[in-house]
Design a binder for this molecule. Structure first.
Ligand SMILES: [Zn+2]
Length: 177
């Protein structure tokens, strides 16, 4: 292989191995948000519709950009989910990665775990990260994953899988209360 060929191969392998690290990002109190471009961010924002009670908190936040709005919504949801679960882990900070479709979520999952899965979203315990397909985003979907994140940060000893799942479902169910 000549020099160029090696350089291009290296660049390509970087692109395909670490697509997430190349994303734009913003930060709030609880969340580091990563996304590939503005259209993904816009779609996520328009599909993440807060319930009436929660929208009330949004009005109090200082919002100038779409990114501000998304981060504000996620912070509100995390605080609400903590109330729902009655768990308030200290120093909670997670990463939320917005992906275009469930196919992208599957690709990332397969890259990380070497097995196939068909998720519209998942929370990675090892990476402290929620991966979510914006095409399938709904309040309940993100609330469920936030539930997993809070439970994970709250317990020193990780609860059994079924209990973890049960608490995430509980969060999802009561997020609009
Ligand atoms: Zn779950």
């Amino acid at each position: 292989m000549n020099k160029w060929c090696i350089t291009i191969t290296l660049l390509l392998s970087l692109l395909f191995t670490f697509p997430i690290d190349l994303l734009a990002q913003g930060k709030s109190r609880y969340v580091t948000l990563k996304y590939s471009d503005k259209s993904v961010l816009r779609q996520f924002n328009s599909q993440l519709i807060l319930s009436r009670n929660l929208r009330y908190y949004l009005k109090k936040k200082e919002i100038t950009t779409i990114e501000d709005e998304v981060l504000a919504k996620l912070d509100i949801l995390i605080e609400k989910a903590e109330v729902v679960l009655d768990m308030f882990p200290s120093n909670l900070h997670i990463t939320v990665v917005l992906l275009e479709s469930r196919k992208d979520v599957s690709t990332v999952y397969t890259q990380r775990y070497g097995k196939k899965a068909d998720h519209i979203a998942y929370y990675s315990l090892t990476e402290d990260t929620i991966y979510i397909s914006v095409a399938d985003t709904k309040l309940r979907v993100i609330a469920h994953e936030i539930g997993h994140a809070i439970v994970d940060h709250y317990f020193k000893v990780r609860p059994p899988y079924n209990i973890h799942e049960l608490m995430a479902q509980f969060t999802e169910k009561h997020i609009t209360d």
